[in-house]
Design a protein around this ligand. Structure first.
Ligand code: PLP
Length: 426
């Protein structure tokens, strides 16, 4: 069947059982796989034959779930990682190393910012952070000769800026580098960044994809469209022989569709070992089976909550790109016509203390270092996920000291509004 709908892909993508095989994706809870001869095993090690030999690199449960996510995003190949952090690390480290440079939006998740600005900088990779709303000329000026990729989030956590993906893709391609998009908050149900020119997509599957707060995980999807061979000097890791794999050249052996993910699996998973456990991949798949049903409901609840907050006298400002009048409303209409996800950010009159008091009085919404869950939760980013940022960095990332990030779950919108109302009055 061609052109399956997104709902069918969510439910049945990635795994088609044969006669008498399990209907549900089986959990292959095995570290290792048996072979009859050392020769068979050797072929796997040389990437000459397909198959599994050790779960640090690959596991059939993970691959079935990754194939579903690749299908959902319209990509050529995907891999699961142990977390969203690992996904973003691998996506960049697969094509950049010591002495290289990346252009990134400054409106991104605090953990990703820290990974880039501190840990990856220590690995010798430099980052230039740009305002996602900058002009094309300003974006263009951020590139250097050693730039290897551009990075941004479709809907940024927690500032909820909406990235102009086409603008970022044009700039990246003009400089011969790929655009990497973290599509965690939108999910492919609300936005498919490959259709707007992105080349690689990452996810924290911990969020909406799992959706039930059960399993930490990540995913990298390759569009298979970026032509690494046009820029062999920029991407020698993909276009020249890998001595650690007996001289394989990934683009030659696996083509544009398979090179990026095969290299990330064969080299990075082998050496850094950040694979998702098959058990977690199984939980993730349960979440994926209802993603297309949940995302519209999360978005509807968030729009109802944002609308209520925007009229409340104790609320100074509301950020939700699905709300008419929001700074990102027009971009959301373009990139997120079916909803802007369940996360709303807002500022309360009375500053940080008022925000903390409000959160303490919430009954349904729990204070959690989490977001994008079936149960409504909230967080004060300045004192938690983004506390490593300076006041200036917070400001540049669009986060104020009194901002509350409110993640609308799947409950009834009227109940969420009632809960917010009583907490604001308390
Ligand atoms: C947009 C985004 N990317 C990446 C991450 C990191 O994901 P994880 O917590 O699964 O490592 C998060 C976590 O909140 C996130 O919101």
């Amino acid at each position: 069947m061609k052109n399956k709908g997104i709902g069918t892909q969510c439910v049945q993508g990635g795994y088609t059982p044969g006669n008498g095989e399990p209907r549900q994706i089986p959990i292959i809870q095995s570290t290792t796989f048996k072979y009859a001869t050392s020769e068979d095993m050797g072929k796997l090690f040389d990437l000459e034959a397909e198959g599994y030999f050790y779960t640090r690199l690959q596991n059939p449960t993970n691959d079935a779930v990754a194939a579903k996510i690749a299908e959902l995003e319209g990509g050529s190949a995907a891999m699961l990682t142990s977390s969203g952090q690992a996904a973003n690390l691998f996506a960049i480290f697969n094509i950049a190393g010591n002495g290289d440079h990346i252009v990134a939006s400054n409106s991104i998740y605090g953990g990703t910012y820290n990974l880039f600005a501190v840990t990856m900088k220590r690995m010798g990779i430099d980052f230039t952070f740009v305002d996602p709303d900058c002009s094309f000329e300003e974006l263009d000026a951020a590139f250097q000769d050693n730039t290897k990729a551009v990075f941004g989030e479709t809907i940024a956590n927690p500032a909820l800026t909406v990235l102009d993906i086409e603008k970022f893709a044009h700039a990246a391609h003009a400089h011969g580098v790929p655009l990497i998009i973290d599509n965690t908050f939108a999910t492919p149900v609300l936005c498919r960044p490959f259709e707007w020119g992105a080349d690689i997509i990452t996810h924290s599957t911990t969020k909406y994809m799992d959706g039930h707060g059960t399993a930490v995980g990540g995913c990298i999807v390759d569009s298979g469209k970026f032509d690494w061979t046009r820029y062999p000097d920029k991407f020698p890791g993909l276009t020249t022989p890998d001595e650690s794999y007996h001289g394989i050249t990934y683009t030659e052996r696996f083509g544009l569709e398979g090179a990026f993910i095969t290299k990330a699996t064969a080299q990075l998973m082998r050496d850094l070992g950040s694979i998702q456990s098959p058990q977690n991949a199984f939980y993730l798949n349960l979440g994926l089976e209802s993603l297309h049903v949940r995302m519209p409901r999360h978005s509807q609840n968030a729009l109802a909550v944002a609308t209520f907050l925007s009229k409340h006298p104790k609320i100074r400002s509301v950020q939700y790109s699905g709300l008419p009048g929001d700074k990102y409303y027009d971009l959301a209409q373009k990139y997120l016509p079916n909803g802007s996800c369940g996360v709303v950010s807002f500022e309360i009159e009375g500053g940080r203390k008022a925000a903390e008091r409000f959160m303490k009085h919430l009954k349904l919404a729990a204070i959690e270092t989490h977001v994008a869950d079936a149960r409504t939760c909230c967080l004060h980013p300045a004192s938690s996920t983004h506390r490593q940022m300076s006041e200036e960095e917070l400001k540049a990332a669009g986060i104020s000291a009194d901002m509350v990030r409110f993640s609308c779950g799947l409950e009834d919108a009227e109940d969420l509004i009632q809960d917010i109302d009583q907490a604001l009055n308390a």
